[in-house]
Design a protein around this ligand. Sequence first.
Ligand code: ADP
Ligand code: MG
Length: 564
Amino acid sequence: MNQTRQQLVRTLREVDNKSYPAYKQLKGSYDMTDFTLIIEHVQGDPFASPSMLRVEVPTAKAAFPKELYDTDEKKTALEDRLLRLFSREIKKYSFQAKGSGKSGFMGAVIPGPEILKRTGCEISGNGTVLVRFEVGFPANGRRIQSRELEKMLIQFLPEVVLHTLYYDKTKEQQFRQVAELAEDQEFIRRELKKRKLVAFVANGAILPRESGISSRPMKNAVAFESPKSLEITLQLPNKGEVRGMGIPRGITMIVGGGFHGKSTLLKALEVGVYNHIAGDGREYVITDDTAVKLRAEDGRSIQKVDISMFINNLPNGKDTSCFSTADASGSTSQAANVVEAMEAGSSLFLVDEDTSATNFMIRDELMQKVVHRDMEPITPFSLRVRQLYETAHISTILVAGSSGSYFYQADLIIQMKEYCPEDITEMAKKAAMEFATPGQEEKAPKLSLPDFSRPRIWLRKPDVRDRVKMKVMGRDSISINKETIDLRYVEQLVDTGQLAGLANIVWYIRTHFLSENMSMTEAVNQTEELLKTFGFEKVCVGKVPGNLTIPRRQEIFACLNRWR
Ligand code: ADP
Ligand code: MG
């Protein structure tokens, strides 16, 4: 049962000047007339993580027109926008109330440029708007200052809710634009499939960022302009005609001199698996959403992965069809990354020569002549890339600045010249033919696809008696009960919320599916089903906090695979 706002005020005044734990009495739901306030978790002292709260605005009050959230993508986009508005507004009130430590803090998650499913804001099927946020309950030392909290909850909060979570006519255009962009982005994703493309980059897109640590678009950047031969025209439902470069399925090479923008294009394709907000510059850069960036990752652990399609006949006789190591080399790590991405259902690989292991990528002609094939355990990616496309239907986009080996394999060769792409396929192919000594190129050995039925007992059974302790170290890693999972090189993770989400998800998988005789794919499928239906409600440890993001399936696999 909800308590009234008067009861909230009364309890607040009762606990004034008492010792901090008296704040715990505030836990509960309050009817604030136009919305419900739920105090979900009360912090232990003013220096601990702030208290967890949420507001729920009933449909009648929020009053967002149904057509703003009647599809999945529109709903996610509206939730994303409301969270941005709410967090920007509540920030203005942060620390206006005073006290020790985090006293007076008010904040919600501030999203980056990607539009992702977050627990910070959720709209239910019937249109109730829920927002999760944090409040530092004020105290002087450990003595409660509840007059300050009264200001925050009774005065500030309703202002924030009023300004951000209620729809009215004056906001019509703003919200319509959000829904229209979401619809257009989804349209492009569908169109990619229909037209057998793996990516689309609109003319006019701004790909580079302001700096290595900023996600804002670079000012005065050279706007993207498709080569004529690759240009397609899309008729978007809202924006209308948009032209840009369509990259077909198959093997695409991006070449060009250093600093001409190759990696910048690839990076944009990597994050094109997500939708971006208006003004980002990459709104209409859309990539096959199963795409995985593959790189070398020296030192990672590998557990029972069949990497035999790339590495075989090791001198020590070690079996590579069920390969494990605590400290992988460049080539074995990249081989495992490829095989695990296949298991995770990727149909597009993105590779940058700069971050790859050379001996995994190529073996040049001279080396082939000197070191006989029988003496080389590695079958380089260059010999497998065509087979992967033809037998497993996985396309590859590869940046190569220094090696021409892939010219023979590529269906499409794009050269970046001063940030502008040119289609040089014909010319490059001709040069490659003239260069090759006929009959001399190495033939690819027969491909047998990897076996994904590995037993999963490598996941040691966790000690469930202990409370689980999860920590997120920025964009780099998570730790679960002091075991660290290094995610630095899982490059398509863009948001700390995804890491927080992953911590909960892999813990759930480990505690629920471990003992069952279940493949990793099946475990991930079942967990994704729960996430789809209930959000984090079932999967999360304890109360759902406001800082979780649902990661892609590919990153769930990547995280499980890196758990030592
Ligand atoms: P490459 O991989 O070809 O060596 P990069 O993609 O790393 O080149 O780009 C080199 C530099 O040029 C980077 O600092 C990047 O920010 C900048 N840059 C990339 N694309 C553009 C562009 N379209 N307009 C302006 N600067 C760009
Ligand atoms: Mg580069």
